[in-house]
Design a protein around this ligand. Structure first.
Ligand SMILES: Nc1nc2c(ncn2[C@@H]2O[C@H](COP(=O)(O)OP(=O)(O)OP(=O)(O)O)[C@@H](O)[C@H]2O)c(=O)[nH]1
Ligand SMILES: [Mg+2]
Length: 304
């Protein structure tokens, strides 16, 4: 949910396509009423509702909230972070939506997306200050809810996938254990990244080397999307690769497919390349195999 023009449909388009979605987004027109679609995550079917945000629709939802909001498991609320003039209007709408959930005593987890936080704004003092103030206000008045904040932009698909994945992880109790396990494993190697994705690119858990820069994260994610396509088209279960960041630093990695019945998961493991000793890098990649049983066990617990 969110005001008209906030970017809701763009976000869904980006999540569904994950690459090459720019043209489709450029063609979007305002959503009329509610656009529904469904997707599967961990074998469970979810219905996703994109609430057109124009005034007449908002009024209708708020007039009969039980008709539209009952049974919600997770709410993504999108705010156009660039549109300062409509912050208040946007908070007011959210407040009314939350009022319904309060009355129903349905404290759904809420992800608030400060969207259109485009790359050139990351270091902009003004917008950062305004977002911070808004976060403080939102935390104060809605403390009965679990609220999580994200900055997103369609120019960084990872930011959108992160927000979506984190939201979904709230619905699966044991999912946080995946990241914990990765963080443990990472201590034994010079890992840059360990991540587990489902076939649609939703993250079940991940570890990133601290202080990894945004452009490095993006580079890795783009690489992953490209390689995952290859794994699928070439029907592989394992793919090794090697590449470098803009800084020149090299990395090596593997993508491995873990199969559970009909569900495929993708394990991505990336380490710093040891220039002097490539053998060493290879042996690290071999060793990650040793951690696989633990990981598979964990996935089984989550999907049960
Ligand atoms: N700069 C920038 N523009 C964006 C971003 N995401 C979406 N937009 C633009 O925002 C406009 C509105 O996007 P929509 O996704 O249609 O907005 P919506 O929230 O679905 O609007 P309604 O359907 O009317 O509720 C479009 O022109 C998009 O191109 C972003 O991350 N950055
Ligand atoms: Mg829309």
């Amino acid at each position: 949910m969110g005001l008209d023009n906030a970017g809701k449909t763009s976000i869904i388009t980006a999540i569904t396509n994950r690459f090459g979605f720019e043209e489709e987004i450029a063609r979007l027109t305002p959503t009329r009423r509610i656009a529904r679609d469904s997707f599967k995550f961990l074998g469970i079917e979810f219905t996703r509702m994109d609430f057109g945000g124009q005034k007449q629709y908002r009024e209708e939802y708020l007039k009969h909230p039980e008709k539209y909001l009952m049974g919600t498991d997770l709410l993504f609320y999108v705010i156009d972070a660039q549109d300062f003039n409509r912050y208040i209007e946007s908070i007011d709408y959210l407040e009314e939506v939350l009022l319904f959930f309060k009355e129903e005593q349905e404290y759904v987890p809420i992800c608030i997306l400060f969207h259109k936080f485009d790359p050139q704004l990351v270091n902009d003092r003004d917008i950062n200050k305004r977002i911070l103030t808004l976060k403080q206000a939102l935390t104060r008045y809605s403390n009965a809810f679990d609220i999580f904040f994200f900055e997103t932009t369609i120019f960084d698909i990872k930011s959108i996938m992160d927000a979506f994945s984190s939201g979904l992880s709230m619905l699966f109790e044991k999912m946080e254990m995946v990241s914990q396990l990765f963080s443990e494993i990472s201590k034994n190697y010079n890992s840059i990244l360990i991540a587990l994705f489902d076939a649609k690119g939703i993250t079940l858990g991940e570890y990133y080397r601290p202080h990894l820069q945004l452009n490095e994260k993006l580079k890795i994610y783009e690489k992953y999307i490209e390689l995952q396509k290859r794994v699928v088209t070439e029907n592989r279960t394992l793919l090794e690769f090697s590449d470098k960041f803009e800084s020149g630093e090299r990395f090596s990695g593997i993508i491995e497919v873990l199969k559970f019945g009909k569900l495929d998961f993708y394990l991505l493991f990336i380490v710093e390349e040891d220039k002097a000793d490539l053998e060493k890098t290879i042996s690290i990649l071999d060793k990650i195999e040793a951690a696989k049983p633990q990981m598979e066990n964990l996935i089984l617990q989550i999907i049960q």
